[in-house]
Design a protein around this ligand. Structure first.
Ligand SMILES: [Zn+2]
Length: 269
C-alpha cells in the first residue's frame, strides 16, 4: 500500500503493541491481534472473540481508535450501542478510508491490466476513441429512452476482442455494502456490418443486468431480469439464438463505427 508522508511519520504498532494497548484498556478476552491486507475487511473477531483481525492500516491507530477497539473487544462484538458507536468511529477514521480507497484503486488497476478471458475479468478496452464515443452515446440514449434514466451515466462501457462465444457481460461490484457496476463489456464483433440488431439486443441485455443488480441485487436471468428485458425490449433469454457475424481472425482489428440510431442523430444535430 502506498504510504503518504503523513502516514509514514506516524509511529507504527506491531500486533503485540496493539494487543498490549488493548490489555491496558482492560481487555482480557483477546489474546492475539493479526493485521490483514484485505481490501474490504475493517476488523473481525474470531475464535470466540479471542483473536482480533484488523486491517493492516490500524498499525497506525491513534489512541482514540485503540480505545474504540477496546470497547468492542471487551464486549465480544457489537452487542451494545456503545460498541456500535465505537465501530462507527473506527469506520469513519479518515486514514482507514484513504487506505481502502488507495488499495481499491491499485487493485482495479491491476485487474484492468491483467490479460484474461471471459466473464468476470476486466481487460483493456480495444475501442478506438470514436468507437468509445459511439457506445457511450448508445448507452446514454438507451438509458434515457428505455430505462427511464435509472442507470448511472458513469458506468464504464468497454469493447472486448478477447471474448470468444460471449457477446457481452455486466460485471457487478460491491463496496462498503453499496452495489455498483464495474463495467459493461461488449464483444467488438458486434460493431461489424450486419450485427446491428444483435448489438442493440446485447447492450440492452447487459444494461438490464446492470439495472436489475443495482436496484434489487439480483444476478443472472431470473424473474426480475426478465421483467427488465421485456420492459426495455430485448430478448428475455440467456443466450442469443441468431448467428452473429465474426471477425475472420481473432487478431483482426475492428475499427468500424456504426451509424447512430436515427433518433440520436436528430438529437445531436
Ligand atoms: Zn445475461
Amino acid at each position: 500500500m502506498p504510504k503518504t508522508l503523513a502516514m509514514a511519520e506516524m509511529s507504527e504498532l506491531s500486533p503485540s503493541d496493539f494487543l498490549r494497548e488493548l490489555h491496558c484498556h482492560g481487555v482480557r478476552r483477546v489474546s492475539r491481534v493479526t493485521y490483514r491486507k484485505n481490501r474490504n475487511t475493517i476488523w473481525s473477531l474470531t475464535q470466540r472473540g479471542t483473536v482480533l483481525n484488523v486491517h493492516e492500516i490500524f498499525r497506525l491507530a491513534p489512541p482514540d481508535i485503540l480505545r474504540a477497539f477496546a470497547v468492542i473487544t471487551k464486549q465480544g462484538g457489537l452487542s451494545s450501542r456503545t460498541a456500535e458507536a465505537a465501530s462507527q468511529a473506527i469506520s469513519d477514521w479518515p486514514v482507514l478510508n484513504a487506505a481502502i480507497a488507495a488499495a481499491r484503486a491499485e487493485y482495479d488497476e491491476r485487474r484492468a491490466t491483467a490479460s484474461c478471458d471471459g466473464v468476470g475479468s476486466v481487460t483493456h478496452c480495444c475501442a478506438t476513441p470514436e468507437q468509445r464515443a459511439y457506445v457511450r452515446a448508445l448507452y446514454s440514449h438507451f438509458n434515457r429512452t428505455r430505462f427511464g434514466g435509472v442507470l448511472p451515466e458513469g458506468i464504464p462501457v468497454r469493447l472486448s476482442r478477447r471474448m470468444k462465444s460471449a457477446l457481452g457481460h455486466m460485471l457487478p461490484g460491491e463496496h462498503k455494502g453499496r452495489r455498483y457496476v464495474v463495467e459493461v463489456a461488449l464483444n467488438v464483433d458486434l460493431l461489424l456490418v450486419g450485427n446491428g440488431a444483435e448489438r442493440v439486443d446485447t447492450l440492452l441485455h447487459e444494461m438490464a443486468h446492470a439495472a436489475d443488480y443495482l436496484l434489487t441485487g439480483a444476478r443472472g436471468h431470473g424473474r426480475s431480469w426478465r421483467e427488465w428485458a421485456v420492459t426495455v425490449g430485448c430478448t428475455p433469454e440467456m443466450t442469443y439464438a441468431r448467428p452473429v457475424r465474426r471477425r475472420k481472425r481473432r487478431r483482426d482489428l475492428v475499427t468500424r463505427v456504426p451509424p447512430l440510431p436515427h433518433a440520436l442523430r436528430r438529437h445531436k444535430a
